[in-house]
Structures are given as C-alpha cells and as structure tokens.
Ligand binder design. Structure first.
Ligand SMILES: [Zn+2]
Length: 254
C-alpha cells in the first residue's frame, strides 16, 4: 500500500471533512500517513491525529518560518513529544530563504538544535529547504545528518545537489510538483536517483498534482505521482508503490 510520508491533516483546510477523508484512506490504498507538524500549535494537533487513527504517525518539529516561537521550553516540549509511541521523526525542520520570515542566523540555530534533538532521540529528520541549498547542505554535513538519517522533503534542487544527499544515505521526498509542466529539473532528479532512496509525499493541503493543481491536495492523489515516477523509471506503478513503502518502513518504522 501507499506510504504517505508528508501531510498536514491538522491544517484548517481539512476542518470541514477531516474525519470522513481520513476514514476513506485505507480503502483507497493509503496504508500509512505521517502527519508532519510545522508550527507550535500543530504539535498538539498532530498528537491528537496519531492517537485517533491507527495508521497515522507523527513528526514533531518547528518549520523554519515558525522558529520565532522557539525557546528552551518549546525544545523541552518537542523532546517530550519525540518520546510518544507514534512519533517517527523530527520535522519539519530546515531553512527557508524564500519567505525569510526569520533571519538566517536564527533559522540556522534552531535547525541545528533540532538536528541535535533528533540525534539524541534516535529519530530521523524531515527536512524543509527552500532557496537555501548551499546552507542546508553545509549544516547537514556539519551535524552529520548521514548518521541521523532522514528525508529532504519536496526536493526542489538540482541533480548534483540530489547526489550529495543520496551519498549521505538520505531519501528524497517526491510529490505533486513532479506532475507540473515546468518540472524538468525534478524529472531529471527522479530519473537519476535510485528508487530505494525515494519516498512518496503530498505536503497536503498544498501542492496538489495536475489536474488538481491549485486545489486542496490530499493523499488520495498520490497515484498521480506514482504514475509519473513509474513512467520516468520504466517500472510498473505497483513496483513504485511497493519499493517506496519499504523505504518509508525502513526509515520511520524500524
Ligand atoms: Zn510540509
């Protein structure tokens, strides 16, 4: 079954039909979902979702746009939440120089602190990196992310940069962007990367694949992404689903 490695079902975009939607996942071939927290508020909402649904797991962390809310008390809360039974990762954490809501120094500081937390709690990381390729790689290398393990979610950089992360043994998260017309660079990355280092994701409610681009996304659209990967790599959809499921099990559930 499909392993959805990155969604935000705590988002208000799902307030009207969250329960109905999540209850329909398993019958539609979605076996596991990692709900990824981003803001301080979403830590508790992620916790509720993973307690409510047996197939939902959680990632705990503060997104680079949200690290203005960080302090030692929040770090302690994160540490406590890392120890919950169904927490499978620290994330999403990283650097975002596109929105630049917090200055680079602040972002880097809390990125490094959360990488350390993951190492101490023996959890993999879910990395968000936008317009910050060089600095992200530099921090990841300095913090020995190769030993921590994890995924660069919604991978958006070049093939060369992909090679750097693959060498470190990290996974690349592939989502709806792969179906966009202007996704030439990402197609090259998917062609180049071994299937056993790719993960399926949506970033729901964002980044819906074509033909739903611009609308609310959900894990139910993952088959559209699978189809693209299968075409690029000359494989069947079943092979893509099976291998990426194994990859995610290996990273998050073993
Ligand atoms: Zn996300």
């Amino acid at each position: 079954m499909i392993f959805e490695t990155h969604a935000h079902y705590d988002d208000e975009a799902f307030d009207s039909d969250r329960e109905e939607l999540l209850s329909s996942m398993q019958e539609n071939g979605i076996g596991h979902i990692v709900n990824v927290s981003a803001s301080l508020d979403s830590l508790d909402r992620t916790r509720e979702l993973m307690e409510q649904y047996p197939f939902v797991y959680g990632a705990m962390g503060l997104h680079p746009d949200e690290v203005g809310d960080m302090n030692e008390a929040v770090m302690q809360k994160l540490r406590d939440y890392c120890r919950l039974e169904k927490t499978v990762a620290v994330g999403e954490i990283g650097l975002d120089y596109y929105w630049e809501k917090e200055n680079h120094e602040t972002q880097r500081y809390w990125f490094e602190r959360q990488l350390e937390l993951a190492r101490e709690e023996k959890l993999p990381v879910i990395i968000h990196s936008r317009d910050a390729a060089a600095d992200t790689l530099q921090v990841m290398k300095a913090c020995r992310a190769d030993e921590i393990g994890g995924v660069v979610h919604c991978f958006s950089y070049s093939r060369e940069m992909a090679g750097e992360y693959l060498k470190m043994g990290l996974y690349l998260g592939i989502g709806g962007v792969l179906t966009f017309k202007n996704a030439r660079k990402l197609r090259e990355v998917v062609e180049y990367a071994p299937l056993d280092q790719l993960l399926l994701e949506t970033d729901s409610p964002y980044l819906a694949p074509v033909p739903y681009r611009g609308k609310r996304n959900s894990s139910l659209y993952i088959p559209l992404i699978v189809q693209q990967i299968a075409e690029i790599k000359h494989l069947s959809c079943e092979e893509v689903i099976e291998q990426t499921e194994q990859n995610a099990m290996q990273l998050f559930l073993t």
